[in-house]
Design a protein around this ligand. Structure first.
Ligand code: FAD
Length: 451
């Protein structure tokens, strides 16, 4: 018996539409198997998902699993590239993606959080809280899962327009396949096309309130504990934070900044970070930050740049269109992590799209079930996270120094360890606000910021 993994084979052949077309006429065992598994494309689908990131792959998997004839299109030639991620995923995120951790996953058990004055706190619970993954192979696993569920994939296929003169109950998606123009008919289009979503724009859905600019390099770093990530607060990353994340023997050092705060930010202490883009701030972090510059190698192996949306739009559905993942701002505003919320929401999107097609009603009214369900699941947490993000964005270095000093207390660190949850930070925040030691100090920080 042949032991080939047919799903992988199909992924490769489907990655090259011209090759697939050429193979269709040929009568051989391989194409026989291929055509048997996947009938030739006639460009008419129940559900078309634009973008094969984690959200797109999971939306396609759930649409196919629920009986919809599903196509996933990706503009690049390779899934997961270019990488725009640090790859730090909570154990909950990995579960939500329905992936089983393997030896390539780097386990994380805790974090050191640094104040601008160099003081640091250690947050650790013993057990594995998260893993650092290679997003290229992680996303590919998700794409293979979508294929196994019955979805088809077209690589090097870019959505470049959506017809506003839709046929009844269908959307016409204009695409280029390997550079050549074509059209695809879809019962429902799911926009999972990332932070700069064009599908959202074509459907008239709001754009993001704020987009943080992120920059990261791959390099070598002298971690005190390779099971710990390091977080750097303050003006080294205005409006957000900087990170050092271990991945086996290497490191991902990066930061994100709020565009309106990235320029002209004056630190109270530290290395004189003054102005510029995320990339400028990262260069300064690597060369002059009191901790990072000491532990980091000057040579880098990879550069990653990307936007992180903060804030969800009022609507995530239109007639025959849903948006999900970064396209819908479904990102944790406290950490910039988008894989967990994207996975939770994308699975709902795929299911609702398939159900709507089966019922023959793909109007915005019918699809609003998606909007309602994902907000019930995670909307409140994202809204609280946005408020925390906005509050922290306006803390100056002395505010961060005071906050870390307050938290550097065995009772509070124990509380953070017990209730801290990367995906639901509101839980630990509530505990801190109710604790007699931290409540007063936090209140003072809030009031100081207001005055
Ligand atoms: C510097 C940085 C570090 C980050 N670190 C983390 C982290 O550690 N953990 C975490 O959880 N999140 C992290 N994130 C966020 C995370 O990367 C995103 O939230 C996540 O990738 C979003 O998944 P998605 O599927 O919605 O979109 P994406 O992963 O952006 O996928 C969108 C896909 O759509 C494709 N596409 C776009 N337009 C079209 C088109 N017109 N036609 C066809 N295809 C199209 C793109 O090529 C892409 O493959 C980080 C982000 C940045 C910028």
């Amino acid at each position: 018996m042949c032991s080939l993994d047919w799903s992988l084979y199909i992924l490769q052949v489907y990655s090259f539409p011209k090759l697939k077309k050429a193979l269709e006429g040929v009568s051989c065992a391989i194409t026989g198997k291929l055509v048997l598994c996947h009938p030739p494309l006639n460009m008419d689908y129940d559900v078309v998902v634009v973008g094969a990131g984690p959200a797109g792959c999971l939306a396609a998997k759930y649409a196919a699993k629920n009986g919809a004839k599903t196509l996933l299109i990706e503009e690049h030639a390779s899934i997961g590239s270019p990488v725009q991620c640090a790859g730090l995923l909570s154990t909950k995120a990995i579960q939500a993606c329905e992936v089983v951790p393997n030896r390539e996953f780097h386990p994380i058990t805790g974090a050191f959080v640094y104040a601008p004055d160099g003081r640091r706190i250690r947050i650790a619970g013993g057990e594995v809280k998260a893993y650092v993954v290679d997003r290229r192979s992680f996303d590919r696993t998700l794409a293979e899962d979508a294929i196994r569920a019955g979805a088809e994939i077209l690589m090097r296929t870019r959505a470049c327009g959506m017809d506003i003169r839709d046929r009844e109950n269908e959307r016409i998606l204009h695409v280029t396949i390997e550079g050549e123009p074509d059209t695809i008919v879809a019962g429902v289009v799911i926009g999972a096309d990332g932070v700069g979503s064009r599908v959202a724009r074509w459907a008239g859905l709001d754009s993001h309130e704020t987009i943080l600019s992120g920059a990261q390099v791959g390099t070598i770093y002298d971690f005190d504990d390779p099971g710990f990530v390091e977080i750097f607060t303050g003006s080294c990353a205005p409006g957000f934070f900087a990170w050092a994340i271990p991945y086996h023997d290497s490191a991902r050092i990066g930061l994100a900044v709020r565009p309106e705060l990235g320029r002209g930010s004056e630190p109270e202490s530290g290395a004189g970070f003054r102005s510029g883009s995320a990339w400028d701030h990262l260069q300064r972090l690597l060369s002059t930050h009191r901790v990072v510059s000491e532990k980091c190698h000057t040579h880098t192996t990879e550069i990653v740049m990307g936007g992180i949306p903060i804030g969800v739009p009022k609507r995530t559905v239109a007639d025959r269109v849903l948006i999900t993942g970064d396209a819908a701002g479904q990102v944790k505003p406290t950490s910039g992590g988008g894989v967990y919320p994207g996975a939770v929401c994308a699975k709902i999107a795929g299911q609702v799209a398939a159900d709507a097609v089966r019922e023959g009603n793909t109007s915005a009214g019918r699809l609003s079930e998606y909007d309602r369900l994902w907000r019930v699941e995670i909307g409140r947490e994202l809204a609280i996270g946005k408020r925390i993000n906005e509050w922290m964005a306006r803390l100056d270095d002395s505010g961060f120094n005071r906050m870390i000093r307050v938290l550097d207390d065995p009772e509070l660190l124990d509380l953070i360890t017990r209730y801290g949850d990367m995906d639901y930070p509101s839980v630990v925040l509530r505990k801190l606000l109710l604790n007699r030691k931290s409540a007063g100090a936090f209140l003072k920080l809030v009031l100081a910021r207001r005055s």
